[in-house]
Design a protein around this ligand. Structure first.
Ligand code: FES
Length: 578
């Protein structure tokens, strides 16, 4: 506690009073000579992905004590996907700020970050990167598989799949309810390769989590053992003064991107990895993601693009098995939290032949390239993202169609099932003003629902384009993260009903088929939206400072190298109107 720089204007008195309050914490004063480990407790009864972590915290503490440290648990905010409105992404940066400031302000030497639900681990890594004290990540683990009539169920790919079938009339209400009961069967985060699982996998590849930490189910004994080991390891990280900036190098991020591509992970990881890297002064561009995707075989047969879930991958050897297979493409000499390199960590990893349908050999991959493609064109001058392997109708990956334009999420919800909507299977559904500034917070509304009248005719996929995100558990021919977004004058906001749009994933193109002159004229006549919501507090701050998707959606003032919001002068908030 001597390390605390809290000052009362008299150095001697400051030490005296802090000693008294060290005793107040219930420990012997001399115990604070040991490494003091903060355990970032993200328990929440509202965030079910974190509501089971208390016994894990006890196991982490045990590990800390056995290794000669002193554990001190402290809370940070905790946001879960399903019940946080308008979207958890709005609060990712708030969690990151909370985490950073608590790590920095308190007299702790190292921190255990306990992630789980989608935004938590990215936010914690952002905060821990900025604080740059020794840190290690741990998660509450994924749920076990669900099952219905012998068929595996996964949250939340099957939430979406069966809802779509219900709307199409192939599943009735009674059956839908039975399925609903089994979609999220145990404690833990979503168990397909959605955002939570993807970020956990990337964190392992970054070197910030114990090998095998991503996949082991929340309910497994092994997760408790890992918790204890995590407690031991953080003490060693402190003793050896190994900091996040020494582990998360540019090469470590390249490893994480390759793993992201090899497991067919969530598009959300693109935004998060850019943001974490930005906290360390490392620039990751969308073209780097695309290049690494083109040269990384898709080898983990994971839903939503493949067939299996986290529990299955855990039996197959988890992320260590994926990394072992990918090793010719990885920077294996990168250091990890174990104090060893990936090469040393993975030395004894073997993939059993019985699990080769889950982790495919590098020369017999599921697909020869990775799971995410970056698009460019006059519709997305700063890039857009698509998951080609998650398209249901692969023919749509090269497609020309007329735009049906929704100017907001509310407009889309109101009109998507309107019987008079002039929509055909070839139409391109466009959602505007749902980006980081526009919504705000870039919600996961990008998997625009197929209009009911087309669902009933058997249509299950259409080209959809937006400036928002989609859940890592979602699927379809869905173009996301279009930058710049509509709300700051991006071309996506200039699309008009009936315009022709061309998507060509092979050639990485996304174009609005109008002349340059016409585009310029529309731009000149464009009026920035007048926001009437979120006029105060944190969401107001968010709108003022959030960066675009291609820059990671961090706040401009939180990046290590200061950034500038794309077009602040074009923002006119209600409170600023003359
Ligand atoms: Fe938390 Fe899906 S609801 S990961």
């Amino acid at each position: 506690m001597k390390k605390s720089s809290t000052s009362y204007g008299d150095a001697g008195f400051s030490q005296f009073i802090k000693r008294a309050f060290s005793r107040h914490l219930g420990h012997r004063v001399e115990d604070f000579e040991k490494p003091t480990i903060g355990i970032c407790n993200t328990f929440s009864e509202i965030n079910r992905c974190h509501s089971h972590i208390k016994p894990m915290i006890e196991a982490i503490k045990r590990g800390v004590i056995m290794e000669g440290g002193i554990p001190l648990e402290f809370p940070t905010i905790s946001v879960g996907e399903m019940f946080t409105s308008p979207t958890t992404m709005l609060y990712r940066n708030l969690v990151a700020m909370d985490t950073e400031e608590m790590i920095s302000a308190q007299p702790i030497d190292g921190t255990v970050l306990i992630g789980g639900c989608d935004k938590m681990l990215p936010a914690q890594l952002m905060g821990a990167s900025s604080a740059d004290k020794p840190a290690i990540a741990y998660t509450g683990g994924p749920m076990n598989n669900g099952e219905y009539k012998g068929q595996t169920l996964g949250a939340c790919s099957d939430c979406r799949h069966f809802w779509q079938e219900y709307k199409a009339g192939t599943v009735d209400e009674e059956e839908l309810d039975k399925i609903n009961e089994r979609l999220a069967p145990t404690a833990g985060h979503c168990m397909v390769m959605g955002s939570a699982s993807t970020i956990a996998a990337c964190t392992e590849a970054l070197g910030m989590m114990l090998p095998g930490g991503a996949c082991v189910p929340a309910t497994a004994n092994e997760r408790m053992r890992q918790a204890e080991e995590t407690g031991r390891v953080i003490v060693q990280l402190v003793k050896n003064d190994i900091r996040p900036s020494q582990i998360m190098t540019k090469e470590a991020f390249e490893n994480a991107i390759r793993v992201l591509m090899a497991v067919g992970g969530s598009t959300n990881a693109v935004v998060h990895l850019i943001a974490i890297a930005g906290r360390l002064g490392i620039e990751l561009t969308l073209s780097e993601f695309d290049q690494l995707s083109k040269t990384t075989p898709f080898i983990a047969n994971m839903r939503p693009a493949g067939a299996y879930q986290m529990q299955d991958l855990a039996y197959a050897g988890g992320i260590p098995a994926v990394m072992k297979e990918l090793s010719p493409l990885l920077h294996m000499d990168e250091k990890t939290v174990t104090g060893k390199t990936h090469k040393e960590n993975l030395e004894n990893v073997e993939i059993e032949k019985e699990y080769r349908h889950i982790v495919k050999p590098l020369d017999e991959p599921l697909y020869k390239d990775g799971g995410i493609a970056v698009l460019q064109g006059n519709l997305a001058p700063n890039g857009a993202i698509i998951k080609p392997k998650a398209a249901i109708n692969k023919a749509l990956l090269s497609h020309k169609g007329r735009a049906i334009v929704f100017t907001s999420i509310e407009d889309m919800e109101k009109r998507i099932n309107d019987q008079d909507l002039d929509v055909t299977p070839d139409s391109v559904l466009v959602l505007q003003n749902a980006g980081p500034v526009g919504a705000p917070g870039m919600p996961e509304a990008g998997m625009i629902p197929i209009p009911e009248k087309l669902l009933k005719k058997g249509i299950r996929d259409m080209v959809r384009i937006s400036d928002c995100r989609m859940s890592g558990t979602a699927f379809g021919t869905v173009v996301l993260h279009v930058a710049p977004e509509a709300a700051i004058g991006g071309p996506i906001g200039l699309i008009q009903e009936g315009d022709w749009i061309e998507l060509d994933v092979n050639n990485r193109k996304l174009d609005l088929l109008i002349s340059e002159e016409e585009l310029m004229e529309r731009k000149q006549n464009w009026n920035p939206p007048v926001f009437t919501n979120y006029q105060r507090g944190y969401p107001y701050l968010y709108r003022q400072h959030v960066l675009q998707a291609d820059k990671g959606c961090d706040f401009d003032f939180l990046c290590k190298v200061p950034q500038h919001q794309a077009a602040p002068k074009e923002l006119v908030l209600e409170s600023e109107k003359v």
